[in-house]
Design a protein around this ligand. Structure first.
Ligand code: ADP
Ligand code: MG
Length: 326
């Protein structure tokens, strides 16, 4: 790289390692490998995400937005397992060493690392078409990680936050925001998802299964149902939380459609044994019960008591096969 790979790493990324303040990091950025300690009685969980220009984001997307989008998507996987964030590694493929780009990307990433208490401990930097990879590592008490596989018949199906906002934010970016007062909120929900780390941790020993909503509620819930032994579900569509900004901008019908199939909200969908209902109020984030798990394999959608179908890719697939999948 023209700035020099080593200069670039030293200037923008090495300062993000805070080895001294983190007992799990023996050695961070700077050697051939990082050296790390996993705490006793814990397991390491890890996940990797890549964003490629032109495939996952539009050319000329501001660097700080790429940092928050990459970080949010990767961390959301830790949230879905109930993990405590520990370490981040970063793979950067850059067409050039643009100082302004690197400054705003690394500043945003540094802010987020401090906010979520995750430590950048290494990476790789290469020249080529813009692509960004984040690998996140976290800890869970041994044997306790939340998985997709544990849902049981009659469990409550719950989601966190508002769904559909991210798709609304994308729509606004592509075709303009019909309501300027909601533009900032929706734009932020698209570019700067808030991974539900605290909620995930609080669901350990409570939830029977969990997933983060990256593909869309119907598709992600189907992963839980399929992995839990081909179960089905009944959902009450009016119970799915929609933000006032989304409804105001695009109308209730579109908002609901995007909440079901839009994806990239990076909220959590989880199942809870019915006797745990009372514990919902104590969770650290707003959560809604949107349905329950059933023994038959259908996914049935009800709107105000009426069985319904909504057009759109998720639904068509569901109607044809009796099952929702990707
Ligand atoms: P090597 O060639 O031995 O793989 P590198 O020159 O790629 O080593 O990296 C030197 C050090 O800088 C390593 O500790 C590596 O983890 C770190 N590093 C490289 N790129 C990044 C990056 N984008 N973010 C954080 N650390 C990085
Ligand atoms: Mg290298």
């Amino acid at each position: 790289m023209s700035l020099g790979e080593f200069e670039l790493i030293k200037r923008f990324f090495a300062p993000l390692t805070e080895a001294s303040s983190d007992a799990s990091v023996v050695l961070g950025v700077g050697d051939d490998c990082a050296i790390l300690n996993v705490p006793d009685q814990h397991q390491l969980v890890l996940s990797i995400d890549t964003l490629v220009e032109g495939t996952h984001f539009l050319p000329d997307t501001p660097a700080e937005h790429l940092a928050s989008r990459l970080f949010g998507a990767a961390m959301s996987d830790l949230a879905a397992m109930g993990a405590t964030p520990a370490w981040l590694t970063l793979g950067l493929t850059l067409p050039e060493s643009d100082i302004n780009w690197l400054q705003s990307f690394s500043t945003k990433l540094g802010q987020l690392c401090r906010e979520y208490q995750i430590n950048l401990i290494g990476g790789d930097t290469t020249k080529g078409p813009l692509a960004l990879t984040a690998q996140v590592h976290g800890f869970v008490p041994t044997g306790k990680a939340l998985r997709r596989t544990g849902a049981q018949v009659d469990d409550l199906i719950c989601v966190s936050g508002y769904l559909g906002d991210s798709r609304g934010g994308l729509e606004g970016l592509l075709n303009g925001f019909p309501d300027q007062s909601a533009a900032e909120y929706l734009h932020k929900r698209f570019y700067a998802p808030s991974p539900q780390i605290e909620l995930g941790q609080s669901l350990l020993n409570k939830a029977s299964s969990a997933i983060d909503i990256s593909d869309g509620l119907l598709s992600d819930l189907a992963h839980i149902l399929n992995s839990s032994g081909n179960l089905g579900a009944r959902l009450q569509l009016e119970a799915i939380p929609l933000s006032p900004q989304l409804v105001q901008s695009f109308g209730e019908e579109k908002a609901r459609q995007w909440a079901l199939t839009g994806g990239e909200d990076f909220e959590l969908c989880f199942t809870l044994p019915p006797q745990a209902l009372a514990q919902l109020a104590q969770l650290p984030a707003p959560v809604a019960v949107i349905g329950k798990v059933t023994e038959d394999t259908d996914l049935q959608l009800f709107l105000r008591g009426e069985l319904c179908e909504i057009s759109g890719s998720g639904y068509d697939h569901f109607r044809n096969s009796g099952q929702v999948s990707e």
